[in-house]
Design a protein around this ligand. Structure first.
Ligand code: GLU
Length: 607
């Protein structure tokens, strides 16, 4: 991948960045940085949920780094300022458009199950019954997967980067050491997790100083994480996957550092140091579907993002949504999503353990047949049964899809997403997570980072024919959907979002908003969202219900407000995106959701 400056020595890099950007000298917190949801200009762009992280990415681009260097640096900064959503204790999916080859490639950095994880790991040996999902399973060692994020960063830099891991970690290390200003989102997320965080000595010490969540405007420092980043900078990610830190992670999973006072049960996990040593990322090709003259590239399994977004777009391809009245277009969007989710549940899991019929799921002919089920005037009863990938001819038959057993959706809302474009035209779309906000709630002693609870993305009840059943060393199915859209081989749009299984619907809805419904990218981002995941009800933001609820209920859709037991927010997703038109870039983050995100460009457009 191109970079005009090639690999910069660290000392030169320090000089290349704005004063004090890399050298932690004073005890003052890193300056608060302004955040803007939309930025237009050229020369490169970054969008993330956090102003510090976006600024780090922009500085890397300004100092000559490419999009991959900037993406890793931005992600490392998010590990500091958004520690409840992502960090080195988690995993994610990294999608790259390489301007030199014109190809879209992926890194699967998903967490894996430990080798000794039994199929009944989610059953309480004391009762013989499955652990209650909350609080038992989510706050546990048993749900911690082997983290993939450090290995993802190293692999991305090795393959496409021009900076070293040490160079990309340096700005984040400085923020961890100097501190950042606590905003309302950080405080609210801490308060929401107070009981879980208080259950562990290590977590309490880090995030609940004096037993309380940090105040808005106070400075939050994480010197332990700075030291951990320093260790990785010096010794590479081997220092994470082998040796003392690896042993410590495994021990923490097997015997979480519970406080005496907690009443939470905290089931123990099965991870060993060998699991960490054996962790590998998986490099691959993106999924691809043609849609309205564009190519939409997504994340292949173990994520269901690429196949589900792709299938839904293929289902929609036959209707000219832009010509329909808005409720009619939204009705089709919801139905296409439900159909694609039915197939996701039936067929998608980790492809190293289950045969995923990806070609069929992404075939236009299969989608054409699935689209036959949609009634233009009436919502189908949900859940809809999966299609048959072993026999389809693209024609409408007499039989409508049968109703299936309802599946429980246990995915929660956390995670973070970032988008980067550089001046050479390289693009990175990266979604990373520790699963739930606050992950498992367990901080590794003295290391400053939370461990994920990603294995809760496995089906909670074991069934032998379920592609997402628990198996040792397997990756749980994800919904993360980092997506890059090209036209005639050139990137025009990149986008992604957090939000559990609503990630898929958020990305799909934004694509429909932008490519079909005539919205600008900032409008496509801000528009109220609704998610139909093959369930009886459509989950929707209040503004969506106000605007379209009555019209969609006339089709038979039942709309319920978004929000779950963990968050008071009735919102869906926290997306980022960048639109590309030649040299002109528009970087877009959320104007309001999750407190609003931060977009920036290297050379802002003059007004
Ligand atoms: N664990 C989820 C997934 O991989 C992401 C977490 C979230 O956004 O809630 O799909």
């Amino acid at each position: 991948m191109t970079s005009s400056l090639g690999r910069l020595p660290a000392v030169l890099l320090t000089l290349a960045l704005p004063a004090g950007a890399l050298v932690a000298t004073s005890a003052a917190p890193a300056a608060a940085v302004p955040k803007k949801p939309t930025a237009r200009g050229s020369g490169g762009a970054v969008a993330s949920v956090d102003p510090y992280a976006t600024q780090v990415g922009l500085r890397v681009l300004k100092a000559g780094g490419n999009a991959v260097d900037a993406a890793v640096a931005t992600a490392a900064a998010l590990g500091v300022t958004e520690p409840y959503s992502a960090g080195i204790g988690g995993g994610g999916y990294f999608v790259v458009y390489d301007a030199k080859t014109g190809k879209v490639r992926t890194i699967d950095g998903r967490e894996t199950a430990p080798r000794k994880m039994p199929r009944d790991a989610f059953v309480d040996p004391k009762t013989g019954e499955p652990y209650p999902f909350t609080p038992d399973l989510v706050t546990s060692g048993v749900s911690v997967g082997v983290p993939g994020t450090p290995a993802t960063w190293e692999r991305a830099l090795d393959r496409w980067g021009t900076w070293s891991l040490a160079e990309t970690l340096a700005p984040a290390t400085r923020i961890a050491r100097k501190g950042f200003r606590v905003d309302k989102t950080f405080r609210d997320q801490t308060v929401d997790n107070q009981e879980r965080f208080a259950a562990f000595r290590t977590t309490k010490r880090l995030f609940l100083k004096k037993g309380r969540a940090p105040r808005v405007g106070s400075t939050f420092r994480n010197p332990d994480l700075a030291d951990t980043y320093d260790l990785l900078a010096k010794r590479g990610t081997r220092a994470f996957y082998e040796g003392k830190l690896a042993r410590q992670i495994a021990r923490t999973v097997r015997k979480p550092p519970k406080t005496k006072s907690t009443t939470l049960p905290v089931p123990r996990g099965f991870m060993t140091a060998r699991d960490l040593k054996r962790y590998r990322t998986v490099a691959g090709r993106a999924t691809q579907v043609a849609y309205r003259g564009y190519q939409v590239h997504g994340m292949p399994p173990s994520s269901s993002g690429g196949s589900t977004v792709g299938e839904a777009l293929n289902i929609l391809e036959g209707s000219d949504l832009g010509k329909l009245q808005r409720p009619a277009a939204l009705h089709r969007y919801l139905e296409a999503s439900a159909l694609a989710f039915a197939d996701r549940g039936e067929y998608v899991g980790d492809p190293r353990f289950t045969k995923v019929p990806l070609k069929d799921l992404l075939s236009q002919r299969f989608a054409r047949e699935r689209a036959c089920a949609i009634d233009a005037d009436q919502a189908l009863p949900k859940p809809i049964a999966a299609g048959d990938v072993s026999s389809y001819d693209g024609k409408c038959g007499p039989s409508a899809p049968a109703t299936a057993e309802p599946a429980e959706d246990t995915e929660n809302i956390s995670t973070t997403n970032l988008t980067v474009v550089d001046k050479w035209g390289n693009v990175v779309e990266y979604t990373l997570t520790i699963e739930q906000t606050g992950g498992s709630g367990i901080v590794v002693p003295g290391r400053g980072f939370l461990l994920n609870n990603e294995l809760t993305d496995f089906s909670t009840v074991y069934e032998a024919d379920d592609p997402n059943r628990i198996q040792p060393v397997k990756r749980p199915r994800s919904s993360m959907s980092p997506t890059i859209v090209t036209k005639k081989g050139k990137p025009v749009l990149a986008l992604g979002s957090p939000g559990g299984s609503t990630i898929i619907t958020t990305v799909l809805q934004m694509l429909v908003n932008r490519l079909d419904l005539g919205m600008s990218l900032p409008q496509a981002m801000a528009a109220p969202r609704a998610a139909q995941r093959n369930t009886a009800d459509v989950t929707a933001e209040p503004a969506f219900i106000t605007r379209y609820g009555a019209a969609l209920e006339a089709y038979g859709h039942s709309l319920v407000p978004a929000g779950d037991a963990f968050t008071s927010q009735a919102e869906i997703g926290a997306a980022t995106a960048i639109g590309i038109r030649g040299r002109r870039l528009v970087a877009v983050a959320e104007p309001d959701r999750r407190g609003g995100g931060a977009a920036g460009v290297v050379r802002p457009r003059k007004r």
